[in-house]
Ligand binder design. Sequence first.
Ligand code: FES
Length: 62
Amino acid sequence: MYVCLCNAITDRQIREAVERGATSLCKVQVHLPVANCCGACEDTAREVIESHVDARSAPVAA
Ligand code: FES
């Protein structure tokens, strides 16, 4: 789904940035111009980042 309509950035692109090591909105913005225009997507972008960072750091069940 599109998270940032101003820059046509999807949740998948944001998750890919997290996979490359970005763990905060500021760090994702190094890779993507998300939330740099109207800012309406900022909260959603942060939620996508935080949930994916949490998912990556969760221990894998044995
Ligand atoms: S919707 Fe992302 S900056 Fe406007």
